[in-house]
Write a protein that binds this ligand. Structure first.
Ligand SMILES: Cc1cc2nc3c(=O)[nH]c(=O)nc-3n(C[C@H](O)[C@H](O)[C@H](O)COP(=O)(O)OP(=O)(O)OC[C@H]3O[C@@H](n4cnc5c(N)ncnc54)[C@H](O)[C@@H]3O)c2cc1C
Length: 357
């Protein structure tokens, strides 16, 4: 089992005294971790904000035990969990700072300036961070939609992904949702001698009809056109108040009501998007907002760990160049500047011609 309690190597550095961060990265998946360790290796103060409680992104959360065989240098392959742990440790050693369980809400422009850079304010659900550059590396779809009425209960018996077999074996479980993943969860519980209340908002579950039939055959009770109104503790059990029928008592609730599309986040950030709702970027990985970069699965066709790494590294180097080079040395700004200067010359000539006519 990987040890995520990695100790930092910092020699008494007090990051809380920084007036702003050089780089704030959103997401501790492959792209964000690679970007972070690259910028931190160049002595940029680097903060990674991660919505989940652990680093690693998809390899950690979606295929921790799978042996990944297409990463150069690992002829026997490496599991998603080990790869995540190793990359995280490398980032910590490079002095990247992390905030877990913190979700990006907004990126605001400010009037504060640091060496020609207008600072940005990264707003999360817990804090705000001033910074010079932002790198968005938050992948495409990860957030299971949550039910506030259940979150308020603050119970470890409410799950948004498949719990361990021992947690539900032989117990009464409420499964919320009517899609394939909810039906699969219900079947999984029934297969382990559990009892199931499947709570579906729609008049008919949207998932596969044959799975639904198997649930019914195995004794699962399907509550259609039903929503959860309240959740309270009843001894060891959770009591759900529902819109149709009496309260339902269960040991565990599994919620499978879909993922939040990252598109909602991208639109809220005011970024130009491609036709497929991914983030549009230029050859420098910069988005339509100056100083905001986007890397990894958030754009592009090739969704691979190595590609996410490569993009994270390149964006971090572009951010580093912008922060450390004098303005006139910066390749991209020089190009932008050239275009602006030529544009200015053309309009000047046009104005002179108009005056003559
Ligand atoms: C089942 C499966 C198997 C795969 N197998 C392979 C393989 O064998 N080899 C391979 O190369 N690739 C594989 N991939 C693809 C690979 O996992 C992805 O391309 C890669 O993880 C993309 O990295 P990323 O950093 O861009 O995004 P992600 O890995 O998605 O990481 C994004 C991180 O950002 C966080 N985040 C999201 N929104 C916010 C927010 N608003 N605020 C803060 N944090 C946020 C997320 O919690 C997550 O930790 C596989 C993918 C899947 C689904």
């Amino acid at each position: 089992m990987a040890d995520f309690g990695v100790k930092t190597l910092e020699a008494g550095l007090d990051f809380s005294r920084l007036p702003y961060w050089d780089v704030v990265i959103i997401g501790a998946g492959p792209a964000g971790l690679a970007a972070g360790l690259t910028s931190a290796h160049r002595a940029l103060t680097t903060l990674i904000v991660e919505a989940k409680g652990r680093p690693g992104g998809q390899p950690q959360f979606l295929y921790a035990d799978k042996r990944i065989v297409d990463i150069p240098g690992f002829p026997e392959g490496i599991t998603g969990e080990e790869l995540s742990e190793r990359t995280y440790r490398q980032a910590v050693n490079a002095l990247v700072q992390f905030r877990f369980d913190e979700e990006l809400i907004a990126i605001d422009d400010t009037d504060d300036v640091a060496s020609d850079d207008k600072l940005k304010r990264v707003v999360t659900n817990r804090d705000t961070y001033l910074c010079r550059k932002v790198i968005i590396a938050c992948g495409l779809l990860h957030y299971p939609r949550r039910l506030p009425v259940l979150d308020e209960l603050n119970s470890r018996n409410v799950h948004y992904k498949s719990p361990k077999i021992g947690d539900y074996e032989g117990k009464t479980v409420a499964v919320v949702g009517g899609g394939d993943s909810a039906l699969d969860a219900a079947l999984m519980v029934l297969g382990r001698h559990g009892r199931v209340h499947l709570i579906v908002r729609e008049s008919e579950p949207l998932g596969k009809a044959d799975t639904l039939a198997r649930i019914r055959d195995a004794g699962g009770i399907v509550h259609t056109s039903t929503e959860i109104q309240s959740a309270t503790f009843a001894g060891e059990e959770i009591r759900l108040g529902v819109t149709v029928g009496g309260p339902l008592d269960c040991s565990l609730v599994i919620v499978q009501i879909g993922f939040l599309s990252a598109k909602e986040t991208f639109e809220r950030l005011g970024l130009t998007l491609n036709a497929d709702s991914s983030i549009s970027i230029d050859p420098y990985f910069e988005t339509s907002r100056r100083g905001v970069f986007a890397v990894g699965d958030v754009h592009g066709d090739i969704k691979l760990i190595t590609v996410a790494w490569a993009e994270g590294i390149q964006a971090a180097i572009h951010a580093f160049k912008e922060i450390s080079s004098p303005y006139w040395l910066n390749e991209k700004r020089l190009r932008d500047n050239k275009i602006a200067l030529i544009g200015e010359k053309i309009s000047k000539a046009a104005r002179a011609r108009d005056r003559r006519e």
